[in-house]
Design a protein around this ligand. Structure first.
Ligand SMILES: Cc1ncc(COP(=O)(O)O)c(C=O)c1O
Length: 367
């Protein structure tokens, strides 16, 4: 009998890493420092080194990172911010939280904001654009940055999903004025709870962000602005510092497994495979196929105890709090066709082959 293949099971973190984590937790308990401290400083330094950014500020989660980025750039009421129609809700949510208006743009076939549609969305109120490196695939940042600098608008990268991806030698999150990261447990670099980060190469912005996430303080009890508490927990930073040490080897594994999917699933039925997954500008966060038989395939795989997910079943501008009359045909169609197959470093080749076999079986009965 085969064991089920879950979409992602974080209890499968290898035992040797769990032991190192256990020791790290013991040390943290002994030290008695549960907010800030050395682990947080080390995590920020790890981000700086890995991403090549001048400043990195760890924070409570990726949604706060986006909100604080917008606030640091003084974006608020009467301002407009361009965001993709297909993304996790936080991208648009953060814009509303600061009192600004999200202006949605349709995506291309791979779910990235369509850069050819941007021109018609610009108004005198447009202050910023938030590209999302959806599924781990980078938006064409050279093209976007050139356009944004001509229009004099800020670029905030929502890099919740693209950690580590690299384009023209520069990491995702390090192209725009500010880069925002989520270290939610399911991300390629995930914490043991909620965590996020913000990067920038501008000193003034970095100082403002540091104050924003810490009640407006630059030094204790000196509140220079009205901020919030979005500090990261020490335990999250400690966990992430350990996981950082395994990041590159986990990425290698993801790419190897993705390569098997690409080979095995080529030319099956109407299945559209993700493009650019093996390029450095993709971090293989999700393996998203597209098919007109999505719901049937999902149910069939579920019967075989193979977990899948849908990213995402609805576009943001069709949800009540964000409603827009505009049509977004490409991203709307994607909500009907996308299916994320299990892909994570805790899987092995035989499991990937089993998923592929099940998909072939589905198509032999379907089309
Ligand atoms: C594209 C995108 N933006 C923002 C976020 C928000 O991150 P968090 O869950 O850490 O608040 C996520 C998290 O799933 C995301 O996928």
């Amino acid at each position: 009998m085969y064991k089920p293949i879950p979409f992602l099971d974080l209890s499968l973190i290898p035992k040797e890493i769990q032991m190192v984590l256990g020791k790290k937790f013991d040390i943290m308990l002994e030290n008695g420092i549960f907010s800030g401290g050395e682990e947080v400083a080390l995590f920020e330094q790890n981000l700086i080194t890995y991403l090549g950014a001048r400043y990195a500020i760890a924070c409570a989660n990726g949604t706060d990172a986006l909100e604080v980025a917008l606030r640091a750039l003084k974006i608020g009421p009467r301002d407009e911010v361009i965001v993709p129609a297909l993304t996790w809700v936080s991208t648009a949510e953060a814009v509303i939280l600061v009192g600004a208006k999200p202006v949605f743009v349709d995506t291309d076939q791979s779910g990235l904001m369509d850069l050819n549609l941007m021109e018609e969305l610009i108004t005198p109120h447009t202050k910023a654009i938030i590209p999302v490196h959806l599924y781990g695939k980078m938006v064409d940042m050279h093209k976007l940055m050139t356009w944004a600098s001509q229009k004099r608008i800020y670029v905030i990268e929502d890099n919740a999903q693209g950690f580590g991806a690299i384009q023209n030698g520069k990491r995702a999150g390090n192209w725009g004025d500010i880069g925002c990261f989520s270290f939610y447990p399911t991300k390629n670099l995930g914490a043991i709870g909620e965590a996020g980060g913000i990067t920038t190469n501008h000193e003034k912005l970095a100082n403002r962000i540091k104050k924003w996430i810490n009640h407006g303080q630059s030094t204790r009890d000196h509140h220079e602005l009205v901020g919030k508490n979005s500090r990261i927990d020490t335990i999250q930073a400690g966990f992430l510092n350990v996981m950082f040490g395994h990041y590159d080897s986990f990425q290698k594994k993801r790419k190897e497994l993705a390569k098997i999917y690409l080979k095995q699933l080529k030319g099956i039925g109407d299945l559209n495979l993700p493009i650019g997954l093996l390029d450095t500008s993709h971090n293989c966060h999700l393996f998203v196929v597209q098919t007109g038989y999505r719901d049937g395939l999902k149910s069939f795989l579920m019967e075989k105890e193979i977990g899948t997910a849908i990213h995402y079943p609805g576009i943001i501008p069709k949800m009540r709090p964000y409603f827009s009359e505009t049509q977004f045909p490409v991203s709307e169609k994607m909500t009907q066709t996308v299916l994320s197959l299990p892909l994570n470093p805790y899987m092995d080749k035989s499991q990937i082959l089993r998923v592929c076999k099940a998909i072939r079986e589905f198509y032999s009965k379907t089309s």
